[in-house]
Design a protein around this ligand. Structure first.
Ligand SMILES: Nc1nc2c(ncn2[C@@H]2O[C@H](COP(=O)(O)OP(=O)(O)OP(=O)(O)O)[C@@H](O)[C@H]2O)c(=O)[nH]1
Ligand SMILES: [Zn+2]
Length: 354
C-alpha cells in the first residue's frame, strides 16, 4: 500500500535511520497507473508510463509512452519532482492534447534537497529516488571551487546518495591534487579530457569510464556554468539536445534550454538527471549526526566523543583525534589523518556560504 508523503516526512535519511514515517492508507484510486516523472514545467509533469518498471529498467517497454499530467488537488502542497514514481488516473493514453491526474506519490528511496541559503529553514526537494550525485568540475577554465564541491558532497551524503566527482578538461590541468583531496571522502573520481579527432573536431574521452560509473543508476548531474556539463551530457545521451556554450548576447551568460530538472535515458542503462538551475546547495537542513552517518568508520569512533562534541579541529577531547594518534603504523596514521581532515573540511563547509 502506498502512502502520501509530505515534505516533513523526508527530514531524515530513509536508508540509514530506523524509524519509518507514519503511513496514510489510501484505498481510493486502486486503478491508478504508475508513472516516472522525467520533467516538470510550471505545473505540467512529463511522465514515462508503461513497459516494465520504466524508472528502474532503462530499456523502453513495448507500450511505453510519454504522458502529460497535472497534480490532483488532493495532493495539496506536496511537491512532485523529477525522479518521483507516481500514480495517475483519468486519461493515461498519452495521446496529444490529453492530461492525466497525479493522485499519489510513491515512497521515495532518497530525496536530494537544498535550502535557499544556510539560514533559510525552508527546504526544497530537487530530485527524488536518485542514488548518485555527479559533481562535474573543470580542472581549469573555470578554476575548481573546492568549497562548492564540499558542499555538494554534504548535500549528497545527507540525501543518502553516493558521489561521483567528474573532473573535466584534464587536457588543461593535472587532476592529481583534486583526486587526492576527494578520494579520502569516499568519493569516486572519473577524469575526462578533450581530444582532437580531425582538424576542427574533437571528442570527450574516456566516455566508457563515465558510462561504467553511471550504468544502471539514477545519477543527478550538477555543475557550475562552463565546466562542460552539457558537453558531457550530450556525449552520453546523444539525443539530449542540451544547449552547450551558447552565450546570450544580452546578458553575456550561458543560455539554458530549461531551468528545471529533466531525466534522460542512458543508452547503456541508467538515467541522467540534469539540473540546469542548481548551482549551489544551502545546507541549513543538514545535521552533524546525519552527515556523520555517511562516514561509517568515523561514526563508530565518534560514538566515544564527549556529549555535544562538534568534532571540529578545536573540539576538546574529540575521539577522532585519539583515533589518529592511536594508529598502529605510519601509513595507517596518514590514511586516518586524511580521512578525519576531509570529514572536518566538509563539516565546516556547511556554514558560511558557497
Ligand atoms: N579544453 C576543454 N574544453 C572543454 C571540455 N569539455 C567542454 N569544454 C568546453 O567548455 C565550454 C563549456 O562547456 P559546456 O558544456 O557548455 O559547459 P556547461 O557546464 O554546460 O555550462 P553552461 O552551458 O553554462 O551550463 C565549451 O566551450 C566546451 O567546448 C574539455 O574536456 N576540455
Ligand atoms: Zn568528536
Amino acid at each position: 500500500m502506498s502512502r502520501l508523503p509530505d515534505e516533513s516526512d523526508f527530514r531524515s535519511r530513509p536508508t540509514k535511520r530506523g524509524s519509518r514515517p507514519r503511513t496514510k492508507q489510501r484505498p481510493e484510486h486502486a486503478d491508478a497507473v504508475s508513472g516516472f516523472v522525467i520533467g516538470v514545467d510550471r505545473g505540467r509533469y512529463t511522465l514515462l508510463v508503461g513497459g516494465e518498471d520504466v524508472g528502474g529498467d532503462s530499456s523502453a517497454g513495448a507500450d511505453e509512452r510519454t504522458v502529460t499530467a497535472m497534480k490532483a488537488r488532493e495532493l495539496g502542497r506536496t511537491r512532485v519532482v523529477c525522479g518521483d514514481r507516481v500514480g495517475i488516473v483519468s486519461d493515461v493514453s498519452g495521446d496529444a492534447g490529453t492530461l492525466a491526474r497525479i493522485v499519489r506519490i510513491e515512497e521515495r528511496s532518497s530525496v536530494l534537497r537544498r535550502t535557499a541559503d544556510d539560514t533559510d529553514p525552508y527546504e526544497r526537494v530537487i530530485v527524488a529516488n536518485a542514488d548518485q550525485l555527479v559533481i562535474v568540475t573543470a580542472l581549469a577554465e573555470p578554476e575548481p571551487r573546492t568549497r562548492m564541491i564540499d558542499r555538494c558532497v554534504v548535500a549528497a551524503y545527507d540525501a543518502g546518495m553516493d558521489v561521483l566527482l567528474c573532473l573535466t578538461k584534464a587536457d588543461l590541468a593535472d587532476p592529481a591534487p583534486l583526486r587526492a583531496l576527494y578520494e579520502p571522502l569516499g568519493v569516486s573520481v572519473v577524469v575526462t579530457r578533450r581530444v582532437p579527432t580531425t582538424d576542427d573536431d574533437w571528442e570527450i574521452e574516456p566516455l566508457d569510464a563515465v558510462r561504467d560509473a553511471l550504468a544502471g543508476r539514477e545519477s543527478v548531474f550538477v555543475g557550475h556554468s562552463g565546466v562542460g556539463k552539457s558537453t558531457l551530457v550530450n556525449a552520453l545521451v546523444p539525443d539530449a539536445g542540451r544547449a552547450t556554450g551558447v552565450v546570450n548576447q544580452v546578458t553575456g551568460r550561458g543560455r539554458q534550454t530549461s531551468t528545471s530538472a529533466v531525466a534522460l535515458r542512458l543508452p547503456g542503462g541508467g538515467w541522467v538527471i540534469d539540473t540546469p538551475g542548481v548551482r549551489s546547495f544551502g545546507l541549513a537542513h543538514v545535521e552533524v549526526d546525519h552527515l556523520l552517518s555517511a562516514f561509517e568508520d568515523l561514526a563508530e569512533v565518534a560514538a566515544e566523543c564527549p556529549r555535544g562534541c562538534t568534532h571540529l579541529d578545536d573540539a576538546p577531547d574529540c575521539a577522532l583525534d585519539d583515533w589518529v594518534t592511536a594508529s598502529p603504523d605510519a601509513p595507517t596514521r596518514d590514511a586516518r589523518a586524511a580521512r578525519v581532515e576531509s570529514f572536518r573540511r566538509v563539516l565546516a563547509s556547511r556554514t558560511g556560504g558557497a
